[in-house]
Design a binder for this molecule. Structure first.
Ligand code: FNR
Length: 378
């Protein structure tokens, strides 16, 4: 991971810049206005989104010296899989078109193959989910479910994901209805219901049966059918059903309260994913990183995934210290995708990993376990 940084010191600067601010700035010049509003925007006045990022600055680690962290081991174990790094790519709907070559899901999968960083495919993809794992190489992929209100369609998505070779099912809880996002709705008029992000629906016989007509025949009717099945507000009573649908590890995304985490674990859920959707759903809430330690404390051996606001390798290290088993990023790799397709995503991941590893070295931590708990509010 350090190689590209060291080469940079030697004057071999890569095609892409090294920090989040520069990735965002460069992506801004390359993305259409509507796409940029969609990716960069959050809900309401973006209070939560801003807070997610700023809150990282209120946590600090204390360096340890004479610790001989000359070799670092960044590997983790997740659901029985040994992964070379603690990072993963969080699910991003409409990843397809963020890519400059318009093949975003497979571009991210290729970056996953190159780095060993798992890619979590959204329900909202440009290509059917079955076309993604072939580009992942040896790296595991996860499938994120927006649970359709139609149970048969939900079960079909889940069994398709399992058959396609995804290694975990990430069920997003906070988006059974979209957040209040003025930048999407008013300024950009982003056509999110168009066919290109609904490939999993159009490739599913159950959805076509619900639709009862050729999807292209009447676009408004198709949009209405999609809206009618898109989201189910899951309740605790649904977890038994969910557990019974698959042998895959099930992760619940959007858990922020320790009581919810405890109850989910008691119901047989395999992983807790602390996230506030990058500030795109509820607004005015606490920063995700501030909620992480309370939730991690009650999770015991159950893995804790985390995202929302991670912008640097130092943020990755802090999230691990605060109890995350694996750390997800959203917008940073989306900008990498916009800037340089698979190579851009790979570059972003390697920059984050290089910074995280350098930070661990200087702080005197040789592995992830040694980071745990060694952080304070400042
Ligand atoms: C998302 N996110 C998201 N989450 C999810 O479960 N399914 C999805 O389809 C999407 N789509 C999506 C699109 C875009 C453009 C963004 C930015 C985010 C949320 C995502 O998985 C993750 O929670 C946040 O992106 C993490 O916050 P940061 O890293 O962007 O601050």
């Amino acid at each position: 991971n350090l190689e590209q940084y060291v080469r940079g010191l030697d004057g071999h600067l890569p095609e892409f810049p090294f920090s989040f601010a520069e990735w965002e700035e460069k992506a801004t010049t390359l993305m259409s206005t509507s796409l940029l509003h969609y990716v960069a925007g959050g809900s309401g006045d973006q209070h939560t989104q801003t807070n997610n990022v700023e809150a990282f600055h209120h946590w600090g680690m204390t360096p340890r010296m004479l610790a001989a962290a000359t070799e670092r081991d960044l590997s983790i174990e997740l659901f029985g899989m040994k992964l070379p790094t603690p990072l993963f790519m969080a699910p991003i709907g409409v990843t397809g078109i963020i890519d400059r070559d318009n093949d975003g899901e497979r571009a991210c999968a290729r970056a996953a193959a190159a780095t060993g960083v798992p890619f979590c495919a959204s329900t909202l993809t440009q290509v059917p989910m079955e076309k993604i794992p072939g580009s992942l190489g040896e790296t595991p992929g996860f499938f994120q479910l927006y649970t359709p209100s139609d149970k048969q369609l939900a079960e079909s998505f889940i069994s398709r994901a399992e058959a396609a070779g995804f290694k975990a099912l990430v069920v997003t809880l906070d988006t059974w209805m979209p957040g209040y996002r003025p930048r999407d709705l008013v300024r950009s008029n982003f056509p999110q219901l168009r066919g290109w992000c609904l490939a999993n629906y159009f490739s599913d016989q159950r959805f076509l049966d619900i639709l009862g007509q050729d999807p292209d025949k009447d676009v408004r009717a198709t949009a209405r059918a999609f809206a009618s099945v898109f989201g189910k507000s899951l309740g605790w009573e649904d977890l038994g059903w969910l557990r019974g649908t698959t042998k895959l590890p099930i992760v619940l995304k959007g858990i922020c309260h320790p009581d919810d985490a405890k109850r989910a674990i008691d119901a047989g859920i395999d992983g807790i994913y602390v996230s506030n959707h990058g500030g795109r759903q509820a607004n005015g809430g606490r920063a995700a990183i501030d909620m992480l330690p309370e939730v991690a404390e009650v999770c015991g051996d159950t893995p804790v995934l985390f995202d929302s606001g991670v912008r640097s390798g130092v943020d990755v290290v802090k999230a691990l210290a605060l109890g995350a088993t694996a750390v997800g990023i959203g917008r940073p790799y989306s900008y990498g995708l916009a800037i340089g397709g698979a190579a851009g995503v790979e570059h972003v991941l390697r920059c984050l990993l290089a910074e995280a590893e350098i930070q661990m070295a200087i702080d005197g931590r040789a592995d992830i376990a040694s980071l745990r708990g060694d952080i304070q509010r400042i």
